[in-house]
Design a protein around this ligand. Structure first.
Ligand code: B12
Length: 225
């Protein structure tokens, strides 16, 4: 039965039809599916499905891409409140674009996806200095700094990821704070993340959630000394 709803839900996401999306979720709850099943078997896989379609199907446009992530974030927040036991957040992620980069759409999509993956996201916005990335990560005891760059020169420039790495090294925080990067230049050159000295990268928001979850397994938590 949930299978039927999944098909309908995916279609409504594809049509960016918010009213129908909400109706499907209400129907699923009325039919007795638990909020946990709905989040983990319907909403999160639907984001994955949409992200995979980008690139495969030319007809998936930015509006659909954006809608899928925002709706996943909104619905997850609504349904988590109804979980039998509220799941623990997986941690805080600091996100922003580096100095000189004012492309914010990709970052907003990634933020929506990370909420759906149960992360708390602290969005520093656009044009963020390396110092601010690191200071905010320390302030929020975050293990992850996520840097979204849409231009080659902001990805590789002295004030971006390379400087964040330098500051983390100087503060001896590399074992506690990891860097993930993403954005158009990284999709064109899959090895670019190594050149800018990030720990990892991901192609889209859904994969970012998966990659960060893995990365945290080998990262020292703020509780450990
Ligand atoms: C929209 C756009 C703009 C808009 C931005 C609006 C906004 N509020 O964001 C405006 C008009 C302002 C703009 C301005 C400029 N732009 Co522009 N822009 C674009 C465009 C067309 C789309 C970018 C976008 O939003 N993509 C859609 C999102 C959803 O995709 P995405 O960002 O890649 O994000 C996904 C993944 O990459 C990943 N991801 C993204 N961030 C992160 C972060 C992490 C941590 C992870 C894990 C994953 C991840 O997940 C996302 C979701 O799946 C691109 C071309 C392109 N096709 O990329 C050019 C492009 C990025 N722009 C470009 C340029 C040159 C400029 C300008 C310099 C133009 C000018 N002469 O003024 C200015 C620079 C402004 C500045 N200083 O930042 C160039 C960059 C070239 C280069 N080699 O560096 C591009 C590639 C166009 C081109 N082919 O020349 N731009």
């Amino acid at each position: 039965m949930l299978k039927k709803l999944i098909t309908k839900y995916n279609e409504a996401i594809f049509d960016t039809d918010k009213k129908t999306v909400f109706q499907i979720i209400d129907d699923a709850l009325a039919q007795g599916f638990s909020p946990e099943e709905i989040v983990f078997e319907l909403i999160v896989p639907a984001v994955d499905n949409m992200m995979k379609s980008v690139g495969e199907k030319m007809e998936v446009n930015l509006a659909q891409h954006f809608f899928a992530s925002q709706i996943a974030s909104e619905l997850t927040e609504k349904l988590v409140a109804k979980f039998i036991s509220i799941p623990e957040k997986k941690g805080n992620v600091i996100i922003g674009t580096p100095i000189g980069d004012f492309h914010g759409l990709g970052k907003r999509i990634v933020t929506g996806c990370l909420y759906a993956h149960m992360f708390n996201v602290i969005d520093l916005g656009l044009n963020v200095s390396a110092e601010e990335f690191v200071n905010q990560a320390i302030l929020h005891k975050s293990n992850i700094i996520a840097i979204s760059s849409m231009m080659y020169h902001t990805a590789t420039g002295e004030n971006g990821c390379l400087k964040v790495r330098k500051l983390l090294k100087e503060a001896k925080l590399e074992h506690k704070i990891k860097i993930i990067v993403g954005g158009a230049p990284y999709r064109f050159d899959k090895k670019l993340y190594e050149i800018v000295q990030a720990d990892t990268w991901a192609e889209n928001g859904n994969l970012a959630g998966i990659v960060i979850t893995e990365l945290l397994k080998t990262t020292q938590s703020w509780q450990q000394e």
